[in-house]
Every structure is written in C-alpha cells, then in structure tokens.
Design a protein around this ligand. Sequence first.
Ligand code: MCN
Length: 765
Amino acid sequence: MSILGTRVLRTEDPGFLTTGGVYTDDVVDERLAGACHVFFLRSPIAHARIRSVDASAAREAPGVIAVFTGADLADLPPLAPPIPDLVDGRMTQPLLARDVVRYVGEPVAIVVTEDRYQGEDAAELVSADYDPLPAVVDLAGAADDPPSLLFPETGTNVTATFGDAAALRADLFDGCEVVVSRTIINQRVAPAPMETRAAAAAWGDDGRLTAWIPNQGAQGTRGALATMLAIDPASVRIITPDVGGAFGAKFGADPEHAVVCWAARQLGRPARWAETRNENMIAMTHGRAQRQTITIGGSRDGTVTAYRLEILQDSGAYPRFGALLPALTILMAPGPYAISRAEAVARSVVTTTTPVGAYRGAGRPEATAAVERAIDLFAAEIGLDPSEVRRKNLLPKFTEPHRTAFGALYDTGDYVAALDAALDAAGYASLREEQARRRAAGDVVQLGIGLASYVEITGAGAESGAPRENASVEVHSDGSATILTGTSPHGQGHATVWAMLASGELGIPVDRITVKWGDTDLVPEGGGTGGSRSAQQGGVAVQQASRELLDVARERAAAMLEANPADLIFEPERSAFEVAGDPEAAVPLAKLAAEERLVVRTVFIAPGATFPFGAHVAVVDVDTETGKVVLRRVVTVDDAGTVINPLLAEGQRHGGIAQGAAQAFLEEVIYDADGNPLTASFADYAFLSATEVPSFELADMATPTSYNPLGVKGIGEAGTIGATPAVQNAIVDAVAHLGVRHIDLPATPQRVWQALGEATAGKDA
Ligand code: MCN
C-alpha cells in the first residue's frame, strides 16, 4: 500500500510535546552573544502631529544604551505599499513615525537597553508631545466625508479602487421579481498567533546581516527587509526558527523587524526584540475589515439572476496587503453559483487604525460571506428553504476548467454533490423537523441551521508569473535523505508530508527523511507558505524531485550493474534498483550515494491556481431571552482533491473551522470613535478556545485536480471560508421565524438580543 493517503503521525510533534519548540526568542547562538534589547515606544493616540520627542531623561535611565526616533532613521526608505500601481504609492509608512502618527500602536521611538525589561521602564521617561488631529474610524465617512485626511497631499483617503463604480449597470436588476439589498459588515479580526512577533539580528564582520525572524517564507522576508534597510538582499541571511502560528500575518517583514536590524548595525552589537501580547494586538496587521453592500435579485421560483457586491475595504493607516484584499474578494464574488449577471466594485480606504493585512483566507472568506448571506436573504424573502435556493443556482458539475465572469478559471467542481453530502451528513431533514417542533412549542432556546456553499482559490500565482516552487532531494550513503523546500511550515506539518511524498517514491522510511526550510543561505529561493499553496506546489515539487532523482539513480545503477537502464526495476521495499528477473543483482540508493552525491533540485511549475470547494452546515442553539449562542455542530465537506495525509488535512480543517466560527460569533477588533483600540488584550478580545466549539464532523469528498500529478488542491484555509457564513446563517435562522433577517458579524449575544428586540418591535432587524 502506498504511504500517500495514510494517517502518518506528525514527525514534528514528539519534539514540540517534550522539549518544546525553539522560537525566535529562544534562539541561543554565539552570533547573538551580548545582544541588546529593543523596546518600541508606540503612539498612544490615533492621529496627531508629533510636536516633539524628548528622550533625554530616558537616555539616563538604568541600562539604556540608546534611544532612537524617526529622525535617526531618516536615511531609510519608508515601507512602500505592495504593488504601488494598484495602491496609492504615496501612502508610505516611515519605519519610525516622523511628523505624524496615524494609529495607536505606531512605532515612534525605540529604547535600546542591556536587559530586556529596562526598556519598558525607560520608555516611560520619553516625553512625546502630540497635536491631535481628527481620527478617521468610520469607513464610509473615511471615503466620502472624511473628518481628516491621513495623507493630505493625496487629497483623499481612498488608496485603491477596483472596478469602475461609474460603470455599474443601472439595469442589472431589471426583470427580477425579487430584489434584496443590505449593507453588512465583515468585521476586523486579529490573527492572534500564539507566538507574537520577534526578531534577533547580528551583523557579521563581512557586513552581512543574519536575522532570525518568525515568518511564512524566509525568501520574502529577506526581500522585504533588504528593501527597508536599502541593502542588497544577497547581504541578508534569514533564519526561520520554529514559528508559533502566523495565519497570514507573518509574510514578509514589518517595520519593527527592519528597525531591530538597523539598531544592531548602528550600535555594532546584536539586537533582539519580542513583542508583548498587547503590542501584538494593536500593531500586528489585522484581517478582514470590509463593509459590503450586497444586492441580489431573481425570480420567486428561487432562480438568482443578478448579484452586485460593493466593497469598502478598511486598509488601516498604511496600505499593506489589506488594501489589495478586494481584488481577491471580487475574483471570487459569485462563488460557486451560476449567476448570469454579476458585478463587483471596491474601494480601499485608509483609516487611523492598525494596518490590515492577510488573515487566513485573505479576501476569499469575505467573498463567500457576502454571497452566502445574499443567498439566505433571497431565500428568506421568497420563503424557500436555503438548501433549495442553493441547489437551484449552483454551477452544475464540470470537469473542464470553467471561466467566471470575474476572470477566475475554476479547475474542476461538483458543488451540488458537495452540498448534498454535507446535508446528508448533517441529517438536514431531521434537523428541520426538530426546528419546527421547537418553533411550534415556542421554546426559549431555538435551533438554527446554517448553510454555506463555497469555492475558493488556492495556490494563486506569485507576481512573477505561473505558480511554482522548488525542492531538492538528496539521498545519503547511510540510506537517509534530506529535503530542502521553498515552503515554510508554521503548524501545517510539511516535515511529515514532504517526507511522505519522498518516501512514497524512494522507499526510504519517513523517520529517516529530514526536511529543511527557512534558511535563505540553504534555500535561496522559495515562495513560502500562504494561500494554501504548499501541498500543490511545494509538495508536488518534492515528489517531482524524488522521481527525477530516481531517473538519475537508474542510469547510475545500470552502469554499476552493467545492465540496460530499461531492464531495472525500482523496488521501494529495499530502496534499491534490481535487474528484472534477477533480484540478487541489485543496488540500493544508499550505495549509489556512497559512490557519488545523489541529489536533485527541481522546480515544479503549475498551470494555474486550483479551486477547492465544499459545503458547511452549522447547527446552533440560540437563547431568545439572552441572545446567547451555543455552537452545537459543524458538519463540513471540504474537497481539496487527493488528500496526502488525512490526519493533517483534517487538522487544518479543524483549525480553520474554529477560526471561521470564531469570526461568526465571537471575535472582533473594536475601536472607539477616537481611534482607541478597545480590544488590546485577550481579556477584551473574545479569542476562541476549545471550550466554545464542539468537535467538528468532517465528511470526505475528493475531486482531484488535473493541475498537478498528485491531484491535490489546498486545504489550509477551507475552514475559515465555509464556517463563518454557515454559523452566521445558523444564528439568523434560529430567530428568523421571529422576524429577524440579518445579524452582523460577530453575532454576539448583545447583537442577537438587539435584533430580536427590534424584530419584536416590528422593525426589520
Ligand atoms: N494537505 C494534504 N492534502 C491536501 C492538501 C493539503 O494532506 N490535498 C496537507 C499538506 O501537506 C499540509 C497541510 O495539509 O501539511 C496544509 O497544506 P496546504 O493546504 O497546501 O496549505 P499550506 O501548507 O500552504 O498552509 C497555508 C495555510 C494558510 S494560507 C494559513 S493562513 C494557515 C494554515 O495554512 N495558517 C496556519 N494553517 C495553519 N495552521 C497552523 N497551525 N498555523 C497557522 O498559522
């Protein structure tokens, strides 16, 4: 039996569970001996002109080596927005604020000390004077009626537009019997990885920088850091220690990372930084943050004929990846539905809040949440079961790529089958019966059933063109093997799965294969891990390298055995080539490696992104007196094509579903009207834990893609894409018979209770 498709236990875990990981802050290295510690003084005010920063008292404080402000870094370029062609390139972030601060938490100065805890004390002695400017928090206002401009020289807070709002069709909904429209919120959330951000930096005598940074792709981090430091990327070596979660927010590098490296160079000694949880909550990029206006129209028989999505994206104070999220949301706007007329437009605006970046799903959960809410609103309006409306409008099964009106090329799909499988697994009919009973009895606790059908994009191409990834595989003379990969796992388990893929080809046991990544001197190129790209590109590259290695080995074995290469059979059980019909005449790969290095590096180039799909069913209890929601069940079908290791793929689904559910009923980053963050700690931010969720029920479905030889698509973000709308729809469904049509994310007890109150008062809630 092939090892692929089996539940191989994670080889990473014994270490994590016994001695624990070695995170950036734990790294012990002689290059870091005598390191000083960096503490960031951050803006306490959302928007202000900096009148002065007086650090004289702080400089006299115990242990203080230096205090630096924005003026000291004036020779470094500011952090430029990604893809300045799409985003206003003038809206840049100085590495330390210069004249103006634009969000609470923006780095203003650093205090460098001998011991870590001296920095925080000394920072209190820095006196920074601010002239407050009006905060910009309200999204709609930020764009159209701004209380102030973050970058007055640009004349606007709009940093990017997608689609032509002036060209929206006036007749889009003509002929529709029913049209429903609503403005909904896809709230801002915090990635909240267990490991906060950190950096350790040392400059060698050769002028090269070595930086240990938790990241999602060392090569991208090297590039971003080199740009901020205005140095050649070749003079930067990034080393990636264990990473305690990232969820999209550790791609590239942040200004803080560059400042720590700069300080190390300036002071001529290594420097370290590890942020506190509070800093992490206000200064690591946030995710989502869209205000969406959805309009859906069709006929009373349930056919949807027109859909419009208008997005206002909160980019936070400085356009980062968040400003580009609408591009992905628009690409996936119609989801799995065959809607004959659909349009989507977006504007990204800057506000005086923490910059927004990628968060698990990055743009696609927002698309799914919008269209899934729209479908439910439409179903409620015409009084049809939401499963019926979905079934009626889902694209029929296709095996040849399908081009959508928004330019996405879905590789393969069977959306109705996914929906039916999820409904079956959930026991949909009997759930509806129970709901009817509880409604008829007028129970205080009502049952809600929510659905979400989805299709998402994984492994989208890098800017440089077709999606690709490299891998090298080397067999050693002792029969073990080493894999180098351009991916960068931080919880996904590539060490296990990449070893499985090589093992499946080479017959070397998984525990004798070492997987290495994240050191740019060892692996100079790589796309890292994000967008659920790794298995379909990095994993496939490992398989391809292993096969190419066998080709090389076959030639060498043939020469050694004095046989025709075509007459050799590779026998995985022995990890050896043998002559057909003469098993005695055999040569193991290890022996070939003893003769001459046996190593192959390859690049797998994919024809395009893949489009995994699925359906989620959520079941909730909602207390109609208190608004409290208890998540009872989440049943999902997540079709990621061929599954290499079901244990890991299921783990990814569980984690994603938990985060998706958390967005539906708990988590939200909140600012007051002055731009002060109200959720700056885990005491205030309703961070999901295992106690709030049931064990999830995962049904299987696998439609292989033809885009790679393994047939794999991504699974890393599926949970966040399906679960949020399914849980939200379930909560609304629980109280729909009481007149509630919509409850914004997150559907907290207060919001549910309020919606019930408004519905009872006769208002549409
Ligand atoms: N896999 C599989 N069969 C498939 C697809 C995947 O067995 N058909 C396995 C892979 O081998 C891999 C894992 O499932 O071990 C996830 O693979 P893939 O879907 O390719 O996703 P990536 O490895 O590229 O992971 C990225 C994805 C993203 S974008 C975010 S965000 C995310 C996530 O993974 N952040 C995470 N999962 C996370 N999990 C943890 N613990 N921490 C994070 O920060």
